[in-house]
Ligand binder design. Structure first.
Ligand code: SF4
Length: 508
């Protein structure tokens, strides 16, 4: 029977690497993109060789990382191997074979430059009119850290361990005092007792560290990692990655990793995006987790209009009168209850969890006929109003009046997360520490945005657009250098906003 056969291994073949890389391959796009970047201005430092050989160019290593992150090749060992066996990588790096150690060192030492590159890329995308900055959706996804659940402690966990050890020590003590146990077994028990005493000391040390940190939990391998709910009550130690995406082409704008949930992320992310994109006003779309009074208030004071899914008031669903039947009077700062009585506030602001509230009461609840429907509190009904209630209500009104607009939120963010996690395998980080983890996030988001460009433009247009931007940014950089020589400190961001340069280039 005849089969399709491969080539003869002993046959000599003439070939070039150029013809082995498709014209629309990811490697070529990465090559064009990195060639546009002003590496020095972005803060990249070249990897120096201790042996005295010249260093690798940071461009080459950045190309290697961008290529790898899209292809699920993230570890330095896999990247080192790819430099030897992957034809596209051999073409991209022109046969360079950096060691895994140098690859890892470059990533670790350039976290700020990776961040700056991603932000620079976002500005390029805005310049290409692919990011509008009118509406951004902010959402988060969780990734596992290089820290096992076993090496993450909170006070409850420490107490459980110490209780267990104390019980063990008690059993050992009883056994040692018993006359029924032979001497040879007692020697074994003494050894076990010493081990448990050492473990107890370690847990006490961790308890001390936890107290000194002022945090509710502590991780021993990656100190910045925290216990997070990955999905459906599955808890692991990891990071909660915040991501802002623009409405126009669903491109990533910014990122951050702060706390384990989204409660305190909205204002930081929204303000950062607005500053980066240099827009006067902006809308944000976020889910319920981000609905925090102080953040909505901060956004509205900074010309950012929030559309954040409203949270139900804590008084709802308990069978008693909910807040909607209480009428608020702004001028008098009081509430009118269903019995027609007025609830006043003493003006004192209380801290309740993460919220600041004022309390409203009336002394006439005691003899009220509606009391059984209104409150179970002995002192009568107490209404707690956030000091940011006005901003919260305005946000709620906007969401309720614009349901179709709010629905866009899911379309703008969630697809990207699926691509990063399911297709590109970004469900865990290889690095330790917030800054290094964000390096991985920045690489992932750069690769994602670049990949999106391949869908938006055909390959030849993409090449032309990237090259024209190169000229534009070169003009900015040369201006930047002139300004620096005049003793002025000018950031890349402020230079991007330099319309004079833009017009000069466009005219050219
Ligand atoms: S219990 Fe108090 S707050 Fe409630 S309806 Fe009666 S008077 Fe008003």
């Amino acid at each position: 029977m005849d089969f399709i056969k491969g080539f003869d291994r002993d046959q000599l073949i003439m070939m070039d690497f150029e013809s082995n890389v498709a014209l629309d391959s990811w490697a070529r796009v990465v090559d064009w993109f990195v060639d546009v970047l002003p590496m020095e201005e972005l803060g990249f430092s070249d990897v120096l060789n201790s042996e005295g050989r010249p260093p690798y160019k940071s461009e080459d290593l950045l190309k290697l990382f961008l290529y790898g992150y899209k292809k699920s090749l993230r570890s330095s060992y896999k990247l080192e191997e790819a430099c030897k066996i992957n034809l596209e990588v051999i073409w991209l790096l022109k046969g360079l074979r950096p060691s895994a150690r140098k690859i890892a060192y470059f990533r670790k030492e350039n976290s700020k430059a990776f961040k700056q590159s991603f932000r620079y890329f976002v500005l390029m995308l805005k310049e290409m009119d692919l990011i509008s900055g009118e509406t951004i959706a902010i959402d988060s996804f969780k990734i596992r850290a290089q820290n096992s659940l076993k090496n993450n402690f909170n006070q409850k966990k420490i107490d459980q361990h110490i209780d267990y050890i104390d019980n063990k020590l008690k059993d050992y003590e009883e056994a040692l005092n018993s006359e029924e146990i032979p001497e040879i077994e007692k020697q074994e028990i003494i050894k076990k007792k010493k081990i448990q005493q050492e473990r107890r000391k370690e847990y006490k040390q961790i308890e001390q560290e936890l107290k000194e940190s002022g945090e509710s939990q502590i991780s021993k391998t990656d100190v910045d990692a925290r216990s997070v709910i990955l999905h459906r009550n599955v808890v692991n130690v990891g990071y909660n990655i915040q991501a802002g995406c623009d409405i126009k082409h669903k491109l990533f704008i910014n990122n951050s990793t702060g706390t384990v949930n989204d409660t305190h992320a909205l204002a930081e992310m929204a303000l950062d995006a607005k500053t980066l994109l240099k827009v006067d006003k902006m809308n944000t779309l976020t889910d319920k987790g981000y609905t925090t009074g102080v953040h909505i208030d901060t956004c509205s004071k900074n010309n950012i209009t929030t559309y954040s899914s409203p949270k139900a008031h804590s008084s709802q669903n308990n069978g008693l009168y909910n807040m909607e039947v209480f009428e608020y009077n702004k001028e008098e700062d009081s509430y009118k209850c269903p019995a027609g009585l007025i609830l006043h506030s003493s003006g004192v602001i209380y801290k309740k969890g993460n919220h600041k509230v004022k309390r409203y009461t009336t002394k006439q609840c005691e003899g009220c006929n509606l009391r059984s429907k209104c409150t179970t509190n002995k002192r009568g009904r107490i209404i707690e109003r956030s000091i940011y209630q006005e901003a919260i209500e305005a946000n709620q009104k906007r969401v309720e009046q614009n349901p179709e607009y709010y629905k866009l939120r899911q379309q703008i963010t969630e697809h990207q997360f699926g691509t990063l996690k399911r297709q590109w395998g970004f469900t865990f980080t290889l690095m330790k520490g917030k800054e290094n983890v964000l390096t991985e996030v920045n690489l992932m988001m750069m690769a994602y945005n670049l990949r999106r460009l391949m869908s938006i433009f055909d390959i030849n247009t993409l090449k032309k657009r990237l090259k024209s931007l190169c000229l534009y940014f070169l003009a900015i950089i040369s201006q930047n250098r002139r300004d620096l020589s005049n003793q002025k400190t000018i950031s890349i961001n402020s230079q991007v906003n330099n319309h004079q340069n833009l017009h000069r280039l466009k005219a050219a």
